[in-house]
Design a protein around this ligand. Sequence first.
Ligand SMILES: N[C@@H](CCC(=O)N[C@@H](CS)C(=O)NCC(=O)O)C(=O)O
Length: 213
Amino acid sequence: MITLHYAPGACSIAAHIILEEIGRPFEARPVSLRKGQQYEPGYLAINPRGKVPALTTADGIVTENVAILTYLADLAPEKGLLPRDGFARAQALSWLGFLTSELHGSYGPLFAPQRFIDGDEVQAALKEKARTRLAGNLADVDGRLAGRDWALGEFSVVDAYLYPFFHWAKTYMGFDMAPYANYSAHHARMQARASVQRVLAREEAGQALLDAA
Ligand SMILES: N[C@@H](CCC(=O)N[C@@H](CS)C(=O)NCC(=O)O)C(=O)O
């Protein structure tokens, strides 16, 4: 049985959505980032980097979003969640690489500027710069989604990975997402998927469990 170690609302939601999409049995175990559970010995034994997501599988542990999404898509080739080879696969991996390094990376200085530099004034300046970088990356995504329902044409792991970054920009960073019309429409299409609704309900229950503990 596959176990997904996730934090409610974190980037791990992409893997959570794909687990729902492929329809194989899995367990979802919530980790509280707020309480620092990712740095507890039990979790560090699963992912020594202290990050979610991590996937425990019969083959071993898989970490890193790009690897987890690829692994899950390859488990269920009949679902067509990632092109199998050639140029189409390269295009998909190009998206995943951009999302993990550039788009996800834009949030680091915004969520945790203290990990980059000390001092209130410089942290404020860093955050300002990071907002501009984030806006540029959101515009990049928006442009690439023009004229298409899904990033690769058909629904794929790329769409699941796009999901949290829209939500973070809107909810945590207070961005007006209306100018990113293609990304906004994409997010609405994601919200309408049954898999996403099931994941949101499970993550909400997971958050309640973590809060009550
Ligand atoms: N490169 C990693 C990044 C994962 C990551 O940054 N996860 C965040 C949540 S979105 C996390 O676990 N943060 C906890 C921490 O840094 O303390 C991946 O793509 O899997």
